[in-house]
Design a protein around this ligand. Structure first.
Ligand code: PLP
Ligand code: COI
Length: 354
């Protein structure tokens, strides 16, 4: 299949590569020269096209705008030690995109369209993959409904696209977070496990309020009791308590993070005890007070490994111990970076060359 899918490629005649300053990259501002575009009409995906990055025309009655059938993914391509470019676990993102599509009553994307489109796009824009430590090409696959009709029902037509942008570290220093005990990100049976646009829209006000109170992010707690940790902003969250790596178990209200999965796999191969289970904010704060909680950190594609410096809980700030060279967060962050950039062996088969 992979060799037979024809992608119509229209290269740009006006590259913007000279606008790229790898030492000063703001997340998601400058996009690479090309994008992938595929339309779903008549019940099937049409021929994929790679075209110069630019605006899309949509109907003012577009049903994604009105009713929110819109999903996305976040993944990265890394410059390798030998100068080539490779993707980190792209099939995991493809599978999750399709899980989101199913939850939102949208069509799934065939593997060959996703993978071949992705590889050809990244190959064409390979010069945009930065080679500064900690930097990468962030890749944003997305799909949205395109019917121009106000009936509340699944759209019959869709657009699938991929855009890319060079990025550096998302958080530059350890983050301040607070446990959210008023607003809810997702409830059991909702769409929290999907990467649909509405989850992010509904999180903006609570996140803004947390930022106004001096925090970078919040930690969502469960919808019924506001006791159990869910995840944090655009990251899954992990703790080191009594020398064990602890993270909330997956559910319908938590995004099944690919960084989360990777960190757990590394921890297990290193013999670190891992617990995926319910974990309450009280257990975390009491563990910290007793000196049993040594680390807390967020994990995600954009955020990578983001150590938490301070946790706000019931109106008080609680500081975590400073990281050391032997901290798990540091070690796992360095191990992931080495695998992703080809400086360490890819024992898990995570990397895919473009
Ligand atoms: N949780 C949410 C809500 C996210 O948006 C993300 C980012 O994608 C994550 C967790 C982490 O997932 P991943 O590691 O696959 O990027
Ligand atoms: C990602 O890590 O890909 C995210 O989802 C973060 C994004 C919402 C900024």
């Amino acid at each position: 299949m992979l060799d037979t899918l024809a992608i119509d490629v229209q290269p740009t005649t006006a590259s913007r590569l000279t606008e790229l300053d790898p030492a000063n990259m703001e997340f998601g501002k400058l996009f690479a020269d090309h994008m992938l575009s595929v339309e779903f009409t008549g019940g099937e995906w049409q021929q994929p096209r790679i075209v110069p990055y630019g605006p899309l025309a949509i109907s003012p009655a577009n049903s994604a705008i009105h009713y929110g059938q819109a999903i996305f993914e976040g993944m990265k391509a890394y410059r390798q030690a030998d100068g080539s470019v490779a993707l980190f676990r792209p099939l995991d993102n493809w599978r999750r995109l399709n899980a989101s599509a199913e939850r939102m009553a949208m069509p799934t994307i065939p593997e060959d369209i996703f993978m071949q489109g992705l590889r050809e796009l990244v190959k064409l824009d390979a010069a945009w993959v930065p080679n500064i430590a900690g930097s990468s090409l962030y890749i944003r696959p997305f799909m949205f409904a395109t019917d121009g009709a106000l009936g509340v029902r699944p759209s019959e037509t869709y657009h699938f696209g991929i855009i890319t942008c060079p990025v550096s570290a998302f958080f530059t220093k350890p983050v301040r977070v607070r446990f959210e005990q008023q607003y809810v990100r997702a409830a059991p049976g909702g769409a929290g496990y999907a990467k649909n646009a509405g989850n992010y829209g509904a999180a903006m006000l609570p996140s803004k309020l947390a930022q106004q109170a001096g925090y970078h992010q919040l930690i969502w707690t469960d919808a019924s009791e506001h006791q159990y940790v869910e995840e944090s902003g655009a990251m899954n969250v992990m703790f080191v308590l009594d020398g064990k790596l602890i993270t909330p178990e997956l559910s319908t209200s938590i995004l099944d993070g690919i960084t989360r999965r990777s960190v757990l796999e590394l921890a297990r191969t290193w013999g670190v005890p891992v617990e995926e289970r319910r974990v309450s904010s009280r257990e975390i704060i009491e563990g910290l007070a007793a000196g049993r909680l040594t680390e807390a950190f967020g994990v995600g594609t954009a955020a990578t490994i983001a150590p938490i410096a301070t946790m706000g809980y019931e109106g008080r700030d609680h500081d975590l111990p400073a990281l050391t060279d032997t901290s798990f967060a540091r070690r796992v962050g360095a191990a992931l970076e080495a695998i992703r950039t080809g400086h360490a062996a890819d024992a898990h088969g995570w990397m895919v060359a473009v």
